[in-house]
Design a protein around this ligand. Structure first.
Ligand code: NAD
Ligand code: TDX
Length: 331
């Protein structure tokens, strides 16, 4: 297939492009606006015969139309993706995640192409720390932050285009990803690079919030399986059954990096901070045979730490500005 990959210079999208070009016969055209979160260096080394980067905005209807006309399927990763940024300035989230997804949908509708929409478990809201329940594909949306509300809205648009126009689209809602090429504003790379530059890791609130960590390559294998074999119109949840408190994650990072396990600071909590996410991903396992390959979080974390150690040029230029922004909000 010829794939258009939106947001392919970001964390998950760039890993997806490498996995597709190196592991399948599909060719890729990336459309990416190269916001602060996009990094052209994440796409280095890909063969020109299989891959092309177009710098542009998914909100640009004419550009999306031209790109979609010339492909077999669209994999839609592009988004404003950071909860903390959405609390400070929601505008770009409404623009890219809602208006941008609308333009993707309209281009796909005009040209009758296949679409896979990449979304998050955060659309379902949060669970109490001791709640045995898990999100299922039928759980009603109940988002907490401007980010997750904009993603829930984008999912709603996709569902409406499937029902009203018969669009051949699927949706995945995934748990927290970790791995190489993740922007250092995010939790795990922020703490790894803090240790590398001699700062103490920063935990929001008491550090008791829980996330279900999935390696980015496993997420992308799920996206590929759904793209190739998923049933039209369906929603698939993607998770790892790897729930950890943020405190446990920071302790693991400190241990792996040879620091005392309590060498972190507790800082101001995120307003509206979701407590815990947990997803029932049995539909993906039973229908498409997917299951995570990275079963051992500590092993995946070690490889991720090694990647940030070995790729300082990739993240170092942004470190001071990212930390200055956090400091300004006491985080
Ligand atoms: P990211 O912020 O690292 O990358 C987003 C990419 O989209 C960047 O390259 C950016 O330049 C590009 N982009 C932003 N606005 C654009 C626009 N208007 N036009 C074109 N390109 C634009 O995000 P990520 O962590 O890789 O997340 C990718 C997708 O996966 C998002 O849709 C996100 O909601 C979803 N998701 C992320 C996680 C996670 O843990 N990171 C988990 C579940 C789902
Ligand atoms: O410095 C920090 N300290 C801290 O305790 C940061 C940056 C975060 N945290 C906490 C907040 C969360 O409980 O760590 C947890 C993870 O934070 P983020 O990396 O910001 O991720 P989260 O808000 O959970 O959202 C992520 O997963 C779902 C992605 O950023 C989203 O794009 C995805 O949809």
């Amino acid at each position: 297939m010829r794939l258009v990959v939106t947001g392919g210079a970001g964390f998950i999208g760039s890993n997806f492009v490498h996995q597709v070009v190196e592991g399948t016969d599909h060719d890729v055209v990336v459309i990416d606006r190269l916001t602060y979160a996009g990094n052209i260096a994440s796409l280095a080394g890909l063969p020109a015969s299989r891959f092309r980067l177009v710098q542009g905005d998914i909100c640009d209807a004419a550009l999306m139309d031209a790109l979609v006309a010339d492909c077999d399927a669209v994999v839609h990763f592009a988004a404003e993706s950071h909860n903390d940024n959405s609390i400070g300035d929601p505008g770009p989230f409404i623009q890219t995640n809602l208006v941008g997804t609308f333009q993707v949908l309209e281009a796909v509708r005009r040209h009758s192409k296949r679409l896979h929409h990449v979304s998050t478990d955060e659309v379902y809201g949060d669970l109490a720390l001791d709640d045995p329940a898990k999100f299922t594909p039928d759980t009603p949306y109940n988002p907490s932050s401007p980010y997750s509300a904009s993603k829930a809205g984008s999912n709603m648009l996709v569902r409406a285009w499937v029902r009203t126009y018969g669009l051949n689209a699927t949706i995945s809602n995934c748990s927290n990803n970790y791995g190489p090429r993740q922007h250092i504003e995010k939790f795990i790379p922020r703490q790894i690079t803090n240790v590398l530059v001699g700062r103490r890791p920063k935990l929001y609130g008491s550090g008791a919030n829980v996330r279900d960590w999935l390696h980015v390559e496993d997420h992308n294998l799920a996206v590929l399986a759904i793209l190739e074999r998923g049933r039209p119109g369906q929603t698939y949840l993607v998770g790892a059954d790897g729930e950890l408190t943020n405190r446990q994650v920071v302790e693991a990072i400190l241990l792996e990096m040879g620091q005392p396990p309590d060498a972190y600071d507790l800082v101001r909590d995120r307003p509206g901070h979701d407590l815990r996410y947990a997803s029932d991903w049995s539909k993906l396992r039973e229908e498409l045979g997917w299951r995570p390959i990275y079963r051992d979080f500590r092993q995946g974390l070690r490889a991720t730490i090694d990647w940030y150690r070995s790729n300082e040029a990739w993240w170092r230029p942004q470190k001071a500005a990212v930390e200055a922004k956090y400091e300004a909000s006491a985080q």
